[in-house]
Design a protein around this ligand. Sequence first.
Ligand code: MG
Length: 246
Amino acid sequence: MRRCVMALGLAVLSGLSLAAVFVEEYKSGIVWPEPAVVDPGPAGGPPSDATVLFNGKDLSQWQNGDKWEIKDGVAIPRETGIQTKEEFGDCQIHLEWATPAVVSGNGQGRGNSGVYLMGRYEVQVLDSYENPTYFDGQAGSLYKQSPPMVNVCRKPGEWQTYDILFTAPRFAEGKLVTPGYVTVLQNGVCVQNHYELKGGTFYDRPPAYEPHGEKGPIHLQFHGNPVQFRNIWIRELKPLVGKKPE
Ligand code: MG
């Protein structure tokens, strides 16, 4: 109302006709539920509605979590990969990782791990600081599908962040209906922007979809390198659903 009055005042001042300046607010007519209130927590989270997957104490929320070493509040891969007991579909994941400060190996053998969405789609973890390898296998890549847009790796031993947004692929009657999409921020810098997955990320064959359920585990890779992890949390993503009255 106040805006209308202001518009009217301006119209009078400027000598314009009322019809030319009267602006009516657009209303969609959709009745929205109120967005839930979420406490974002400290910088780096976890937000109040997140599921904390590792808070520095234990990996009890992960299958084989007891196999990994926990030392000084960080988790270090050992023996095998681990995967969440709970399964997730569309989600936001935050995790922090550091490749070994003492550099050993090269290429794919240097600080290698990975975050597998639904246990199938790998966001590569690698020491890509002055460590050449194939571009679609360096840190921030969707393995063998999409190199990161930029190499924003910190030095070996320094903590780095991944913030990942994932839209799960949808299948019906054994066929792909909509592909998966992945956005990755590494150290706050976008390295994948709503990338359309071409299917599972394999080392020895082209990407391809294999139908699966609506949810799957988050898997952290064991690749023989003592990468460190900390502050891992996840939020399911559900759009608000509004209704348009008849
Ligand atoms: Mg890997």
